[in-house]
Design a protein around this ligand. Structure first.
Ligand SMILES: CCCCCCCCCCCCC[C@@H](O)CC(=O)SCCNC(=O)CCNC(=O)[C@H](O)C(C)(C)COP(=O)(O)OP(=O)(O)OC[C@H]1O[C@@H](n2cnc3c(N)ncnc32)[C@H](O)[C@@H]1OP(=O)(O)O
Length: 357
């Protein structure tokens, strides 16, 4: 014979919550038919293992769709009211069924329930406001990156085009005065490139700090110390090769980043950004190494940046010793950045392939 389980109830403005006190429940059948909830299941209740049943005719209309969840200890049923409001009791009949009792764990009176709604709304509004703030920050960051990449793109394009045009018009002679015609713009672009280290350090872009630091410090060392501080270097053709190789990659890299800021991609540009560095990077390092080697006798002779030792010893340590160490560091830096760029390339084309499948 079917028995009746203990049922606890509570309400909110929009829902009715029922908790059926049955453990290890099986074969649950729960549905609403003509505003009456019918429940039947096998489980362990107040009268031991048995089949339990009950039905409840609701005071006001409820939706036929309900949801329920059974746990090891109970069955939780949620019924949705057709009209939002507070019911004075659960059932149509004034006399409360004996198996029904208030669920004090979830019980709220009308004003508490309203407070709960208000709190929920406030939480929702706070969440919305913080999302809007976040979106504002994201768009500010995007604008900043677009402007940064655009400025760098224009700077390096100017350098690349200027050098190419001069090479075609003046010929080989243009190699000897690259520094005088290009260095100001190169100084500007390379000082600005320090922003990239900060971007990586503060997580503005998803990239490693070390490869960026190696890149920026490495280039600025060549630009400011080797070329900038030695007038004798200004007329050497090596300046042309270094500047040309640097700018040749940047005219692809910065527009690639710019398109990324618009969530857009141009496949040819992506391919160029992640491929052109393969010949350019080793060539760039070779050109930089050549510049360092050419500068060594000049530093030795001029004693620029040499460290004076005590009068007793009466000599100084030439900057060129540091340059020999730097030459080793350069190839270490080349190795680190080459592997970094290779990983970036693999990651890029792997994800693209996966997306395409
Ligand atoms: C610690 C002291 C060091 C002392 C140094 C001593 C040793 C010196 C050795 C120096 C050797 C340097 C030689 C070098 O100067 C020679 C040359 O440059 S030759 C020319 C060829 N060069 C190159 O090809 C290198 C160009 N440079 C680079 O690619 C980067 O600077 C590098 C840091 C090396 C790598 O870039 P990154 O890690 O950023 O790779 P990704 O492009 O894949 O970017 C990763 C994601 O971040 C997004 N991102 C990055 N920057 C921006 C940006 N400005 N705006 C918007 N978004 C950006 C990018 O879109 C990627 O996101 P996603 O994956 O979602 O697409």
């Amino acid at each position: 014979m079917a028995l009746t389980p203990l049922v606890y109830w509570a309400q909110r403005h929009e829902d009715i919550y029922l908790r059926v006190e049955l453990t290890d429940v099986q074969n649950i059948d729960v549905h609403v038919d003509e505003n009456v909830l019918h429940f039947s299941a096998q489980g362990h209740g107040a009268k031991g293992q048995n089949e339990y049943k009950f039905s409840l005719e609701f005071l006001l209309p409820v939706k036929p769709q309900l949801s329920y969840k059974s746990t090891q200890r109970q069955v939780n049923i949620t019924v949705h009211k057709v009209q939002r409001g507070w019911w004075e009791r659960l059932t149509l009949r004034e006399r409360k069924p004996v198996f029904l009792a208030p669920d004090f764990d979830r019980w709220l009176d009308e004003s508490d329930a309203e407070m709960e709604i208000r709190e929920k709304e406030e939480k929702k509004n706070r969440l919305k406001a913080s999302r809007q703030k976040e979106a504002g920050f994201v768009s500010l960051k995007t604008v900043f990156l677009i402007v940064y990449n655009l400025v760098q793109f224009l700077g390096f394009s100017w350098i690349f085009i200027n050098m190419t045009v001069r090479l075609f018009i003046i010929g080989i002679d243009s190699l000897y005065d690259t520094f005088h015609t290009i260095s100001d713009v190169m100084f500007f672009c390379q000082i600005l490139a320090l922003v990239e280290v900060l971007n990586a350090a503060f997580g503005v872009v998803k990239t490693g700090v070390i490869p960026t630091l190696i890149q920026v410090v490495g280039r600025n060392f060549i630009l400011f110390i080797i070329f900038g501080s030695l007038e004798e270097m200004h007329h050497k053709p090596v300046v042309f090769f270094v500047f040309y190789l640097w700018s040749a990659i940047e005219i692809f890299r910065y527009p690639f980043y710019m398109l990324g800021c618009f969530n857009t991609e141009w496949k040819t540009l992506t391919w160029l950004r992640y491929t052109v560095w393969m010949p350019l990077y080793p060539l760039g390092v070779l050109a930089e190494a050549l510049a360092v080697i050419q500068s060594i006798p000049i530093f030795d002779e001029s004693k620029l940046f040499s460290i004076p030792l005590t009068k007793a010893i009466g000599t100084s340590v030439s900057f060129s010793y540091f340059l020999y160490i730097y030459l080793v560091l350069m190839f270490l830096g080349l190795f680190i950045n080459f592997s970094h760029l290779y990983q970036q390339r693999k990651r890029r084309f792997r994800t693209k392939k996966r997306k395409a499948n």
